[in-house]
Design a protein around this ligand. Structure first.
Ligand SMILES: [Zn+2]
Length: 353
C-alpha cells in the first residue's frame, strides 16, 4: 500500500479508529465472497472514516450540551470513487455508526476511560479503551437520518447493504429494519428521501447520506433537495457525506458544486489517476484501473475491463467517468484531452488549497 492512504494528523484527534473498530464488531460484509464476515474497513475506507470523524483540537467538552458538528474539522465530506469500488457498503456501515454508534464528540480522555456497549443498550460485549488525550465518542440519544437518492431504486444502493449487514448481528436487536425505513431507539429513524418522496424534505436531521450526487442537477430538482437538507442538518448540528462517481462537468451537479466550493470545512476524497495515462489505450486503461481500484481487493479488474471496454464503444466519456474515475465532459471531445486535468491542480486525494 502506498503512503497516499496514510493519515496525516495525530490519531488521537479522530473518532475514526473507534468508528472502524465499532463497525468491524457490529456490521458484516453485505455481499460477495466474504458475505457475513466482519466488515473491516480497507485502507482507503479508513482514511475516509478517520477524516470525516476528525475532531478539532480546540473542541471543548460541555457535559450538559455536547458540541455536535462544530467539534469536527469537517462539516461534511465528499467521496469520489469509481463504480463498484464499495461506496454503498461503506455508506451503509457509516450510517449504522451514525444511527446507534459513538459518533459524536464526548470529550478528551484522561486515560483508562472505556466505551462499553453494555452501557448503550447493546449486549455484544464490545469495549474500546481510550488512551490519554484521545478524542472520545458517544452515541446520540435519538438519531434522525435520511438516505438521499434520485429514485427508490438508487436508495437501495445503501439500504440493501444496510439491511444485510445488520441482519443476524448485534444491531438486529437495536435497529428494526423494515422494507421502508429503520426504526431506531428513542424514536429515531433512518428513512429515504427521493425526488418522488419529497414530503420528508426539510425535517430536522442529524445525518444525511447523499448517494450519487454527481447526477443531482437543477433540472431533476436534486440540487435544491440537497441544499434544503443541508439547512435541516445545520439546524441540528448534523453532518453529511456525499458519495459519487466523477460527474459530467457540463451539468453543474451537486457533486461538482461541492468539489469546486471554496469552503475549507469539506473533506474531499478523490484519487485521480495520473493525467498522462490515456483511457483509450488498453494497456494504460488497465494501469488506470489498477490505480483507482487500489485497496479494493474484492474488485475483479478483468470484469471491470470487460465492462469498461464494452461501454467505450458507445459512451467512452461515461466509461472513463465510471471506471477511470475521471471528470470527463459528456460529449468527450468538447474539452481537449487533458485540459480538464490541467485545470485542477493536485492529483491525489485532499482538498483543494
Ligand atoms: Zn455492541
Amino acid at each position: 500500500m502506498t503512503d497516499e492512504f496514510s493519515i496525516n494528523f495525530p490519531t488521537s484527534e479522530t473518532l475514526g479508529f473507534l468508528g472502524a473498530d465499532w463497525i468491524e464488531q457490529h456490521c458484516s460484509v453485505p455481499d460477495g465472497y466474504d458475505k457475513g464476515t466482519p466488515f473491516v474497513p480497507s485502507d482507503w475506507q479508513l482514511q475516509i472514516i478517520a477524516n470525516h470523524y476528525r475532531v478539532k483540537r480546540s473542541a471543548k467538552w460541555v457535559p450538559e450540551r455536547p458540541v455536535l458538528a462544530p467539534a469536527f474539522t469537517y462539516r461534511r465530506s465528499q467521496v469520489v470513487a469509481p463504480q463498484k469500488t464499495g461506496k454503498g457498503p461503506l455508506a451503509a456501515a457509516v450510517t449504522c455508526f451514525e444511527a446507534v454508534g459513538p459518533c459524536i464528540f464526548g470529550g478528551w480522555a484522561e486515560g483508562g476511560e472505556v466505551y462499553d456497549c453494555r452501557e448503550h443498550g447493546c449486549g455484544c460485549g464490545f469495549e474500546y479503551e481510550f488512551e490519554p488525550g484521545d478524542a472520545m465518542g458517544m452515541p446520540r440519544k435519538t438519531s434522525l437520518i435520511q438516505l438521499v437518492a434520485t429514485s427508490e431504486e438508487q436508495v437501495d444502493n445503501v439500504y440493501r447493504p444496510l439491511q444485510a449487514m445488520v441482519r443476524g448481528g448485534p444491531l438486529d436487536e437495536i435497529m428494526k429494519t423494515g422494507e421502508q425505513f429503520v426504526r431506531l431507539p428513542e424514536n429515531g429513524k433512518i428513512e429515504a428521501v427521493t425526488s418522488s418522496a419529497m414530503s420528508r424534505l426539510g425535517n430536522p436531521i442529524n445525518f444525511a447520506n447523499f448517494d450519487e450526487s454527481g447526477i443531482y442537477t437543477v433540472q431533476n430538482k436534486m440540487v435544491r433537495v440537497s441544499q434544503t437538507m443541508r439547512r435541516g442538518l445545520a439546524g441540528m448540528g448534523g453532518r453529511s457525506i456525499e458519495w459519487t462517481n466523477p460527474w459530467d462537468p457540463s451539468e453543474n451537479s451537486a457533486a461538482q458544486q461541492t468539489y469546486e466550493s471554496k469552503s475549507a470545512d469539506i473533506y474531499r476524497f478523490y484519487r485521480k489517476p495520473p493525467a498522462d495515462w490515456s483511457y483509450k489505450n488498453k494497456v494504460e486503461r488497465h494501469k488506470i484501473h489498477k490505480y483507482v481500484y487500489q485497496g479494493s481487493p474484492w474488485v475483479d479488474l478483468a470484469a471491470i475491463e470487460a465492462e469498461a471496454a464494452e461501454l467505450m464503444e458507445t459512451d467512452p466519456a461515461q466509461a472513463e467517468r465510471f471506471y477511470g474515475n475521471r471528470i470527463v465532459h459528456g460529449l468527450g471531445a468538447w474539452l481537449k484531452d487533458g485540459l480538464w486535468d490541467g485545470a485542477y491542480a493536485g492529483n491525489v486525494v485532499a482538498a483543494k488549497p
